[in-house]
Design a protein around this ligand. Sequence first.
Ligand code: SF4
Length: 348
Amino acid sequence: MTVTEQMPADHLMSRIVDGPGGFSGIDGDAQWAAEVRRLVELRGATLLAHNYQLPAIQDVADHVGDSLALSRIAAEAPEDTIVFCGVHFMAETAKILSPAKTVLIPDQRAGCSLADSITADELRAWKAEYPDAVVVSYVNTTAAVKAETDICCTSSNAVDVVASIPADRDVLFCPDQFLGAHVRRVTGRKNLHVWAGECHVHAGINGDELADQARTHPDAELFVHPECGCATSALYLAGEGSFPEDRVKILSTGGMLDAARETGARQVLVATEVGMLHQLRRAAPDVDFRAVNERASCRYMKMITPAALLRCLVEGADEVDVDVDVAAAARRSVTRMIEIGQPGGGGE
Ligand code: SF4
């Protein structure tokens, strides 16, 4: 469906340019925000934004949170249309959990380097090598990979999920090698095989950098937010002693916002995608929050621009579709994840 009856949107739409980095040409200003809200109402939609979205997108959304919390909100929302401002696998997860709803993503080219590091064919070939193994996949995977998975996990419940599997069964863990290494260290499990996948953003957060930051900011706390692949390397490195243990807090989204409000530290270093800083600064304006590395920004997340969101609401595109059988199989692995431990990273 195309929404045609609004003049301001037509005027703004004429400025949109489609380039290699996505749609651009529109500022996320008050006029744009008012038009977005009007179009959301007109479509009878719920607008969801992931924590790593641009500040303007977070501020105009109905709900901001981590991917699983948003998928649950999508499933429970009374509206029939979900506009998911995040990367493609997240919108797919919302569709898996809400198959009857229309799920839109402002730009379907917003992928994820971690999700792309294993395909369903590669996973099938790996499973053929270990026919009796249990497959555990991080939520940062495509629907097709989730359909080949026994149990999905988040960074919050990965250890509990693996611990729930009988000790004599091999486990195939994919695609995040840092989360896999963390789980292997914590569980001490030798029969946990880890896929060598990674997120491009975590490259900006390394052990030397963490150790340097600990030295140059001796009074600062370190918050690690491993909800996405961008900070699982920091989770692993903090466990290896790169930062003094008593100053490290491994936190979910909700836990991080609570800790921000309660911290006695004047300065907090944050190992996460830089988008999370917007919410932290809003929650505790007196604390000096600094990214461990300002380059830890996900280019896919930032493809959801003000221009992309406007186009999405006007044109009803891009619609996220998941094959019915794939969705049913993927839903089983996601449901098992929800049954074990604390899958939610908090959320709003
Ligand atoms: S930060 Fe990394 S893991 Fe998260 S969406 Fe971007 S590429 Fe994927």
